[in-house]
Design a protein around this ligand. Structure first.
Ligand code: NAD
Length: 474
């Protein structure tokens, strides 16, 4: 098939590369000249497993990049809209990018096409896209608008796209549904999984992706409701973790017990510093705004957002508990991305926490395996030091703070960590380590929903060691 994808960001670029992988001819459109130039020059502008391989495999063959939307639309049978839908100040979604793309597509339509909403949008957007296209002169018989929300997760986006739990297609006509379904056929008939050079995924043997046909409004609601539910699961477990801290229970044991119930499941039962990223916070607010506009009070969503916000404050209180005063303290921060596997720092709890620490007068040296370039743009020049590895970040620090769950961090040499730190203090916002292990390593360890590991001896020994070193240096 000939497919156009408008917007070459985290979703559009992955979707475009994966559609090329499925055998389609794909034209990826973007209006960001720098991004386009980078893509055309063979670069991969985001950190995502398997994406460089796919770009390498298909670039210039079945995958093309352009700034010319009209040309891309004319060449394509289906056009996926994957532009950003950022939040406005009131929590509602800014749909102006989607509107502008819809208007531009309208002017380019010459034969029957299906326009697909891939961006996450509120219910009724499908109707609006259709209306905007008609207002901009698109002949009604020459197009349909489908809703095909994207469920990929940053960090495993390519595998998520190629091995989806489900593909949801909301369409108003059989013709429109059939065309979108055809784009995914290698996944739904399983033929992709028989290829010898397929991208490896989480399933063994025969696999066929599940296709769910819905109305356009249902498809739009499925996406918002899914993200709101996942955010709710995270806030729920974080609230349970706070309870564990108060009563002296262990959240890992509690989660093991809760998650073993097949109706609940283990996934997303990981306490931490709260959810972030470009989707959950925005989609939760957008879902709430949709409910409000529909005359419904969905108070549960307010609570989910409140618990999430509170989780950052709780973490800061832990840092204070570990260090007493913060002004002038030197902190080694591990992790800036909103989660592991990505360079995305949008709405990252780590970034928000570092900003609060800077306000308190802390000196921060940070390290992240993928997100440093983006993070550097987030802080005033010189306000944060960036290290070239985790050990450099914590060298001489009063405490090490873990803010992103990168696997590399859980493999750190604890002895070396202790030697490098000025005080043997680790405040872990992601529960990467077992408390017993930290205790054995002589580290004071503060995590989420578990008892603190505090050894006065370790602190005093370390303090004396550094005092002697400072004396000798003087
Ligand atoms: P992004 O900001 O990474 O990418 C959007 C791209 O669209 C940018 O490259 C931008 O330059 C381009 N763009 C904007 N206006 C354009 C125009 N008029 N013409 C051509 N290109 C244009 O955003 P993203 O993270 O890929 O998210 C896109 C949508 O997908 C959002 O609605 C988001 O909520 C949704 N979504 C995101 C994820 C995720 O994990 N990032 C997952 C599922 C759904």
């Amino acid at each position: 098939m000939k497919i156009g994808v408008v917007g070459s960001g985290y979703v559009g670029l992955v979707a475009g590369a994966c559609f090329a992988e499925l055998g389609h001819d794909v034209c990826l459109v973007d209006n960001d000249r720098d991004k386009l130039a980078a893509l055309q020059a063979g670069e991969c502008p985001i950190h995502e497993e398997f994406l460089p391989e796919l770009l390498q495999r298909h670039r210039g063959k079945r995958l093309h990049f352009t700034g010319n939307l009209v040309d891309a639309v004319r060449k394509s049978q289906i056009i996926f809209i994957a532009v950003g839908t950022p939040p406005k100040d009131d929590g509602d979604v800014d749909l102006s990018y989607v509107e502008s793309v819809a208007a531009d597509i309208a002017g380019a339509i010459d034969t029957y096409k299906v326009i697909v909403e891939k961006s996450t949008v509120p219910v009724y957007t499908n109707t609006w896209v259709r209306r905007i296209m008609l207002l901009n002169g698109a002949p009604p018989e020459l197009f349909d608008v489908a809703s095909n929300p994207e469920f990929l997760r940053e960090g495993s986006a390519v595998a998520d796209f190629l091995y989806p739990d489900r593909i949801v297609v909301g369409a108003q006509t059989a013709r429109c549904f059939a065309l979108v379904a055809e784009a995914y056929r290698p996944l739904t008939d399983g033929s992709y999984y028989e290829k010898s050079d397929m991208i490896p995924g989480p399933v063994d043997g025969h696999f066929k992706a599940r296709l769910i046909e819905t109305s356009t409004k249902s498809a739009e609601l499925i996406k918002h409701a899914s993200n709101a539910f996942l955010a709710m699961k995270i806030s729920f477990v974080n609230a349970v973790a706070s309870m564990c801290e108060v009563v002296g229970a262990d959240v890992e044991q509690v989660c093991e017990g809760i998650g073993s119930d097949s109706r609940i499941g283990r996934r997303f039962l990981r306490p931490g510093v709260g959810y972030g990223g470009s989707c959950f916070p925005k989609d939760l607010l957008a879902f709430r705004a949709v409910a409000r506009e529909s005359g419904l009070h969905f108070g549960l969503l307010d609570e989910v957002a409140r618990v999430n916000e509170d989780q950052r404050h709780r973490f800061l209180r832990k840092v204070k508990k570990a260090l007493w005063t913060l002004k002038g303290k030197k902190l080694g921060v591990l992790g800036l991305a909103f989660k592991n596997g990505t360079d995305d720092i949008r709405e990252s709890p780590a970034i928000a926490i570092v900003k609060s620490l800077l306000k308190e007068g802390c000196r921060v040296t940070a390290y992240d395996p993928a997100a440093m370039k983006r993070a550097k743009e987030e802080f005033p020049a010189g306000s944060v030091k960036f290290a070239s590895d985790a050990y450099e970040a914590i060298d001489g620090a009063d405490a090490c703070l873990i803010l992103t769950e990168w696997e590399d961090f859980s493999a750190l040499d604890l002895r070396r960590m202790k030697q490098l730190l000025r005080y043997p203090i680790v405040v872990d916002g992601r529960n990467l380590f077992k408390p017993a292990l930290m205790e054995a390593a002589g580290l004071n360890y503060y995590s989420v929903g578990r008892a603190d590991v505090v050894s006065t001896r370790a602190t005093v020994t370390s303090f004396m060691k550094h005092a002697i070193e400072e004396d000798e240096a003087a």
